[in-house]
Write a protein that binds this ligand. Structure first.
Ligand code: T4K
Length: 411
């Protein structure tokens, strides 16, 4: 049933639009039989970890697909970032966006390297190269750009700046598997790029990640570091940790790679439907992907301009949660407003006006194979109802207690 007036909204006592929760980040699960076949194989083989055949095959297929020389699979994107940072030799200060998942900053701070937060471009949501040069100090050793939502950073300009100032450039490509920049696959830029294959990512290995690079020396170092520094039995030649991907994760990754075109097709179909059904809705802007590049369309990103909608992003989230649509406000409130960075740099926000603005405006909607066209239409219809009656809703919300409907998202 389509909702057409305010009393029908669940936040004001109506029946929720969905009887079950609709999540952002539902995993892409490829062919279940193929996965189970692989799991049976690996159990029969009794080879569960430590550079097993599935991990080797997964690394080979990822390298081939991206046209990159080396892929080193890992147990998570965060550990892959930490190892890449260490192997690249970053020290002192590294410039990163604050508008990213906290792991980008933590991977530096974990090894006592200071993340220096730079503002992002309001159009691309990625590092603003024009702001970046002003953040460089004598302690700066590198830059980590984040291809947020799979939208590539301004790679060329960042490369020029890094060369000019003799800085190392790396990319957190956690969101950007299967995306391209000027026709070249993400994975080929900077010293190294890092993917996440977490359950919620476009391609998942339950938990997992990878460092990819075209640099032979760096690849050797990363490979050693993710395996305690072992160069052979009884021979440790480097400080290292345990960053290894296990066989069951690689089995999931290989299975996902077989149907990756379907994952893109689902996401692209949903993106186009959101685009059509939200078109012309005042104050609601759908983040636009460049359709001339390869893209995974894994995130449906809205920006809510409260001055026009008259209903705030946070109220909109409460309304959607009451309808069982669990929209998220990634990456609120920005790394600079989370510990320990909030204590270290209490005034960082002054240099991050676009980040501050985006963290108050962005809302992520569900997509992926788990959501059908009818469900998606229902979500758009609720958004349309709320936004067209924004002022009335905000006034009503003031008189209703809505805390129960919304438990608050973690970020
Ligand atoms: N850099 C960037 C830019 C990143 O975005 C991330 C990770 C990293 C680095 C680090 O990579 P990893 O070390 O994680 O590989 C999620 C993910 O946990 C995190 O991997 C991801 N970014 C981030 C953007 O999203 P949360 O806190 O939103 O997770 P959670 O548990 O709330 O899950 C999100 C939604 O997904 C839930 O509403 C339900 C759904 N879900 C989740 C899982 C785990 C499922 O339906 N099934 C599942 O198995 O962080």
């Amino acid at each position: 049933m389509m909702k057409s007036n305010l009393e029908e909204l669940a936040i004001f006592g109506g029946r929720p639009a969905f009887s079950e929760k609709i999540h952002v980040g539902r995993p892409n699960i490829g062919n279940r039989d193929r996965l189970l076949e692989r799991i049976n194989d690996l159990l029969d083989r009794k080879w569960l970890s430590n550079n097993g055949p599935y991990v080797q095959e997964f690394e080979r297929q990822v390298s081939e697909r991206l046209g990159v020389k080396h892929c080193i699979a890992m147990c998570s994107g965060t550990v892959a970032l930490e190892i890449a940072i260490r192997a690249t030799g970053l020290t002192g200060e590294v410039i990163v966006p604050s508008f990213t998942f906290i792991a980008t900053a933590h991977a530096l701070q974990w090894q006592e390297i200071t993340p220096v937060f730079c503002d992002v471009d309001p159009q691309t949501h990625t590092l603003n190269p024009w702001r970046l040069e002003a953040m460089i100090t004598p302690r700066t050793s590198g830059i980590i750009g984040v291809h947020l939502w799979g939208q590539p950073c301004e790679v060329e300009t960042l490369t020029e700046i890094a060369q000019k100032h003799n800085l190392k450039l790396m990319f957190d490509a956690s969101h950007a598997f299967g995306c391209s920049y000027k026709g070249t696959m993400i994975g080929n830029f900077g010293e190294a790029e890092v993917f996440s294959f977490h359950a919620t990512k476009f391609l998942n290995t339950f938990e997992g990640g990878a460092v990819v690079t075209n640099n032979d020396e760096l690849a050797t170092k990363v490979r050693l570091m993710k395996n305690f520094g072992f160069a052979g039995y009884d021979n440790v030649i480097y400080v290292g940790t345990n960053g290894k991907m296990n066989e069951i994760s690689a089995a999931m990754g290989l299975t996902g790679l077989e149907t990756i075109n379907e994952f893109v097709a689902n996401n692209h179909r949903n993106y186009k439907q959101y685009q059509r059904e939200l078109a012309g809705l005042p104050g609601v802007h759908l983040f636009a992907y460049n359709e001339n590049e390869q893209c995974n369309y894994q995130y449906i990103v809205l920006e809510i301009d409260e001055a026009i909608t008259k209903v705030s992003r946070n109220d909109l989230i409460k309304i959607l949660w009451a309808e069982n649509i669990l929209a998220r406000r990634y990456f609120y409130p920005g790394c600079h407003r989370m510990e320990p960075y909030r204590s270290y740099f209490p005034h960082a926000g002054l240099l991050l006006p676009e980040t501050e603005k985006l963290t108050k405006r962005v809302l992520i909607l569900p997509t992926g194979a788990a959501i059908g066209a009818d469900e998606l239409s229902k979500i758009c219809q609720i958004l349309r109802l709320v936004v067209t009656k924004g002022r009335e809703i905000s006034e009503n919300l003031l008189t209703h207690s809505t805390d129960k409907a919304f438990q608050g998202s973690k970020k």
